[in-house]
Design a protein around this ligand. Sequence first.
Ligand code: PLP
Length: 457
Amino acid sequence: MIANSLLENDKAHWIHPVASWRDHEARGATILRSGKGTYLTDIDGHELLDGFAGLWCVNVGYGQDSIVAAATEQMSRLPYATGYFHFGSEPAIELATKLAQRAPGDLDHVFFSLGGSDAVDSVVRFIRYYYNITGRPQKKHMIALERGYHGSSSTGSGLTGLPAFHAGFDVPTPVQHHISCPYPYRFEGDDAALIASSVAELKAKVEELGAENVAAFFCEPVVGSGGVIVPPKGWLSAMQAACRELDILFCIDEVITGFGRTGPLFACEHEGLTPDFMTTAKGLTSGYAPMGALFMSDRIYRTIADATPPGVSIGHGMTYSGHPVSAAIGLEVLRLYEEGGLLANGVASGAHLAKGLEALRDHPLVGDVRSQGLLAGVELVTDKVAKTRPTAQMKLPQHLADIGYRNGVVFRAFGDGIVGFAPPLCITTDEVDLMLERFRKSLDELLTIKEIRDAVG
Ligand code: PLP
């Protein structure tokens, strides 16, 4: 009874993020009630192994009591402190310090946002400010990747390279551009050729726009929402080198990849890179409270600070920038990654996941598997030789969501037949096996659907 009225009230009143409103009205929500470790339980008592850490964010797993204690202590002592007007709070300062100490190179300055979208948005604003104040106001164009995701703010959605975020929303704007996503599975040629092709495309785009008009290039170290696409090793370094040569800023969006998702604390550590800006969110607080953080290089920070006269405010900020409860949570989350062994566990379970994924290659529907740490993608095709994507009429994501639910596993089925995994870093190797076993069973069940079976032949 309660469940029924919740379902009806949900349909009647809650506009869900990134949903087909009509499908949601027809299907209704899976209403979650509790979580422990890697598992979720819904209001019907059905248990699910969460292979997606909520929305690739609950990196420490559910039910971490020490985080609840840290939040409770901060909330009862001082629930809010602004960062405006030169006020501050202990946890926000401590978190900014610890993050700066751990961030690559001279990314010494941290601006707190509420999540990833406004972290990206803040970078865009700071970049505009930087070029305006240093006498290069014509540098406005920004380039990102097709299939990239940089949030759904009015600016970031235009940097995002996914059609669903553009259609009907008047983005990309005329100063936002995209180049091809480095997609090894669908590229004709080896890794070196793919890297060379991305660099050439970036250079051609900058030449077309005029380097004097281009401000920055944005990318994710692993393209996440665009289908968990892992670029070849060396790709990120080559893109950074090209940006330096072209005199454009290099901005890495680590909203998904940050905080141990791919192994190290930040994915740019794989190649020893220091971007000009780095955005993070999700794993920063592991979803226990909203918070994002952007990292700015010392060079850019100093230039902006020195070029802005004393007494002139740099007008960018939000009421909840550096929220003390979120910051207290962030500090405890960081402690769990490091002293609690979660980063190390993520690396071990990530290696186990990579092996388990390889074993899926023999499945009739699996065209490709790829992963970095505990971030993985499985690309489903109906013809392995032609690499044919399933059609929209096959409704693969919808079927997979329902079948996965019945089999007690959560993963993310993207529209074009790609399935993403990003379990909490606390996942054990046995749980990785169970997650993949339930996924394989779900794929087998997909093959019992006539249109899909007929397409595979
Ligand atoms: N950037 C990347 C790479 C993301 O994956 C996301 C969200 O998934 C965002 C930005 C936007 O973050 P948020 O949803 O917290 O606004």
